[in-house]
Design a protein. Structure first.
Length: 240
């Protein structure tokens, strides 16, 4: 089966080369595409100079737009599985097989890598406020969708061909990870989590920190979006 790593990158000149190097050194069978989301630093030059497979976006679309570009690429190039993989060095390439396995076995449509299901599996657990926010978002997803997701903001996720098509056509831009998860659950797709190892980013700043310097602000807005999305999708008969 064809597997693609979608790597969104915004101002990741300090991390992107090592991220791709880790991919190439550990598993030559995985394809990748770096989506340079209108970076203002030297990310574009790094990608060009090192002949890395990439797409340059003219403007900064945000994480949602960058990732959807990757899903469009995956769909148009007939990939069976797409894996969202951060360009900042947080995600462990050795865990890709773990999140792909339930999809390869036909058990689920999307598998999320979580650092909270088995805390001993990950050396990095993020800040207290981020964990608190994730717990509260998790509670609201459980209320709205009747499914517990322990790491709702995790960007380490694998999806099958059906979801690739869905996300290529429709993908949230504001809070893509929790909102897209709610969309799939309401639409009747099967979603599962598996414990994975994550590391602290090697440099730069996370998109959440950059966009919402107050974790409480981010949490409240995500919760409201989840509630609105779950009602909206149900009114449409569970389909976008």
């Amino acid at each position: 089966m064809k597997i693609l790593l979608i790597i969104p990158a915004y101002n990741e000149e300090k991390n992107i080369l090592q991220t791709v190097k880790n991919i190439q050194e550990t598993n030559q069978k995985l394809d990748y595409i770096v989506i340079n989301d209108g970076s203002s630093d030297g990310t574009k030059q790094k990608l060009i100079e090192n002949n890395l497979n990439h797409i340059n976006l003219i403007h900064n679309l945000g994480i949602g737009g960058a990732v959807q570009t990757g899903y469009k690429y995956a769909y148009e190039n007939n990939y069976d599985i797409a894996v969202q993989f951060d360009g900042d060095g947080q995600h462990d390439i050795n865990c890709v097989s773990k999140i792909c396995e339930p999809i390869l076995e036909g058990q689920v449509d999307m598998c999320i890598g979580t650092r909270y299901l088995d805390k001993s599996s990950s050396e990095f657990q993020s800040t207290f406020m981020r964990r608190l926010g994730a717990n509260i978002i998790s509670v609201f997803i459980k209320i709205c969708c009747r499914k517990k997701i322990t790491d709702p903001t995790s960007g380490f996720r694998a999806v099958n061909r059906k979801v690739i098509k869905e996300f290529a056509e429709n993908y949230p831009t504001e809070y893509p990870e929790p909102e897209s998860t709610v969309s799939l659950l309401v639409n009747g797709y099967k979603v599962q989590e598996v414990p994975v190892s994550m590391k602290e980013r090697e440099g730069g700043e996370s998109s959440i920190t950059r966009k919402f310097w107050k974790p409480a602000d981010y949490m409240i807005k995500v919760v409201l979006a989840i509630m609105i999305d779950s009602i909206s999708f149900r009114k449409r008969g569970g389909k976008r």
